[in-house]
Design a protein around this ligand. Structure first.
Ligand code: SAH
Length: 393
């Protein structure tokens, strides 16, 4: 077993059971990509077992903080069983569930989503990659399922010195499937969809949106960055009579239409706009249109705090336009999934957008990601999705 010795004073985060060791904290020691190493303090005290990653700024990601632990197949089986059992106790109203959320489940670099009887995984760190086969077997054992698709085609793999890869890891067959979320039938495709195929993190917010649309009697709804139309189906379930979905992905919009029909809603009063959201919002304002409810769920504008300033301008712009376009008394559900923009900053950005638009709004709800994407006490970095449900005054 190779040992990584940290610089003096760099033991603090591991002592708090935070799993990252940055490259600059390492005094000496090296290992192969993904190899298990013993991490010790400058004084030689055991701190953690972790996976070494020579190419990454996250030079070691800790697997375990207990010296008696062994990093082997039994370890991964136990961590995966724990993650699956946790979801079983969360009361999730869907068969689409995030089973493993990386660091928050003690498995840095591993993402696993379950869609009905289909599993889809992303191996995003050298350590997760090294244990890929073991993890695949342990996942099938922990879930009792037989089909596992891999979507390790995320660009972050390059930062770990890993090539992108996707395809069946266990089993085979159709990559399209239908999940039941809050009783709604939603189709997705794990091979061609974004990430692992679907945005499970918005599950509870889609339900909240349906409830608010009904409570407020919203008729016309604009769902921007709609992807496969999850919020569009929610709007129709909440009693909306006209829903326009806007996305720059044609295949996502085609699935959105299928999903609306699949749930028995009439798609003749629904619009599907394959265009840039910003330009579409401007076009509607120029045309003098308004909507009773708007969803703004853009992609990550700021992956890290370094991008926050530019992202802030982009968020402010779309929120200003949406607040203008909204009918008086209308509902805006607005989100940011940028790790580099925290909830406080997001609140300030949206407040600035309101001032620029010349409108005020009451905060009905502060929103976050679903509980199967947990933020843990020791790993606040896991928090990324935040949002506001606003009522225009
Ligand atoms: N709200 C969705 C998830 C949105 S993901 C859900 O509940 O499932 C973000 C979406 O924004 C993606 O589908 C992507 O294709 C789309 N997108 C990214 N940039 C865009 C732009 N400039 N204009 C329109 N759509 C965009």
């Amino acid at each position: 077993m190779k040992t990584i010795r940290l610089r003096e004073g760099k033991d603090r985060s591991l002592l708090r059971r935070h799993p990252w060791v940055f490259a600059g904290s390492v005094a000496k020691g090296s290992a192969d990509a993904g190899e298990t190493v013993r991490v010790e303090s400058h004084e030689g005290q055991f701190l953690a077992w972790g996976a070494f990653s020579p190419a990454s700024m996250f030079r070691v990601r800790a697997w375990a903080f207990d010296e008696a632990e062994r990093i082997d197949a039994a370890f991964f089986t136990s961590r995966l069983q724990r993650a699956v059992a946790l979801r079983g106790r969360m009361g999730i109203a869907s068969d689409g569930v995030r089973l493993v959320h990386g660091e928050a489940d003690g498995l840095p670099g591993l993402i696993v989503d379950r869609y009905g009887d289909l599993l889809c995984a992303q191996f995003l760190s050298a350590g997760a990659e090294r244990w890929r086969e073991v993890i695949a077997d342990a996942l099938l054992a922990a879930t009792g399922l037989a089909r596992l698709y891999e979507r390790s085609d995320a660009s972050v793999r390059a930062l770990e010195g890993l090539a992108e890869r996707s395809g069946w890891l266990r089993g085979d067959g159709a990559t399209a499937c239908i999940i039941t979320e809050h009783g709604w039938q939603l189709g997705l495709d794990v091979a061609t969809g974004h990430k692992t195929g679907y945005y499970l993190d918005q599950r509870e917010n889609r339900k909240r949106f349906a409830g608010l649309v009904r409570q407020l009697g919203c008729r016309s709804v604009l769902n921007t960055y709609s992807y496969t139309g999850g919020f569009s189906v929610a709007a129709l379930a909440g009693g909306a009579t006209e829903v326009v979905s806007v996305d720059s992905s044609g295949p996502a919009l085609a699935l959105a239409r299928d999903n609306i029909r699949r749930n028995g809603f009439d798609d003749s009063a629904c619009g599907f706009v394959d265009a840039d959201v910003n330009a579409t919002l401007r076009g509607y304002i120029t045309a003098g249109r308004s909507f009773d409810a708007i969803v703004l769920d853009p992609p990550k504008f700021a992956p890290t705090a370094a991008h926050a300033e530019r992202a802030a301008r982009a968020y402010k712009d779309i929120n200003r336009l949406a607040l203008k376009l909204l009918a008086p008394g209308g509902l805006l559900m607005t989100f940011s999934c940028s790790g580099g923009v925290n909830a406080d900053l997001f609140h300030k950005i949206v407040a600035g957008a309101g001032i620029d638009a010349g409108v005020d709004a009451a905060i009905l709800q502060r929103l976050e990601g679903a509980c199967d994407h947990p933020t843990t006490l020791v790993f606040p970095e896991g928090e990324y999705l935040k949002g506001l449900a606003l009522l225009k005054q």
